[in-house]
Design a protein around this ligand. Sequence first.
Ligand code: PEP
Ligand code: MG
Length: 325
Amino acid sequence: ARAELANLRLAPAETLDGTAVELLANIEMPSDIDDVVEASADGVGLFRSEFLFLGRDTLPSEDEQFQAYRKVVSAMQGKPVTIRTMDLGADKNARWMSHGVADNPALGLTGIRLCLAEPLLFRVQLRALMRASVYGKLRILFPMVSGLNELRQALSQLEIAKDELWEEGIAFAENVEVGAMVEVPAAALVVSSFFKLVDFVSIGTNDLIQYTLAVDRSDDSVSHLYDPLHPAVLKLLSLTIRSADKAGVPVSVCGEMAGDLRLTRLLLGMGLRRFSMHPAQVLAVKQIVRGTRLDSVKDLVARMLRTEDPDKIADLLTQLNAAPG
Ligand code: PEP
Ligand code: MG
């Protein structure tokens, strides 16, 4: 089966009815890039930048960050590399973080909130990202955005970083695409308000499930309730994908759902055309895409979205994945 999958490396990722699908990879370290190239992914849909900040006592300098980003962007040779700005706090704590331990860290100073609370730190990263942008196709992605004003503030920090570089005569690309993660239910519900300000959005289902269902993603005692197929999760996913489609804004899923082979057809049927997943999943997902006829899955997916009964959803998913094409 492995050899069979390897044969798919150069095959186009398209459905039986000829619709193209982008298959991107998630990475956590620059050295993961070899696996991305090996899988012939269309690019990096999520480069988690936390590795630069965790497990050490000092902050990474602008130059250290720049070198790491440049390495990945250069290695991808013009294919897109989506780098997420530091997503610390909650389940990803750095030693230097001095904000104290909150009672509810997952609802506290995390992601973009922490960046906006520490704008000087944030701008070091934004400068490093912009400096790396001249080496290929770099995209910037903001995590844990919950509303429009947060997005405006993040973008204004990016403008300040660009102005600084400009004044210092340091080169950066003019056309860097900027996106927001949709991983807080509030963001999914107001995502249309983001579309004037961003070039793309990316749905982080790992956190979207956690916050929608009030289930800690790392608490074993409630892991049986952590359900990607909960009708509330499906509604938020579908709403986000449909809204983005209507606005002509590219939308991806970069949470674990994107690499789950049981869910590929479901996401295709919802209209998703950009998936980002662990590099090891890319070829297996491609195989399912190539064996799927969109026309024959759409009706079942529409029925899944109309019911609020989890048993019916499970039953429809079985039918969906058993359908011949
Ligand atoms: C997510 O929340 O789905 C996501 C991709 O981000 P992380 O898993 O790094 O929180
Ligand atoms: Mg997340």
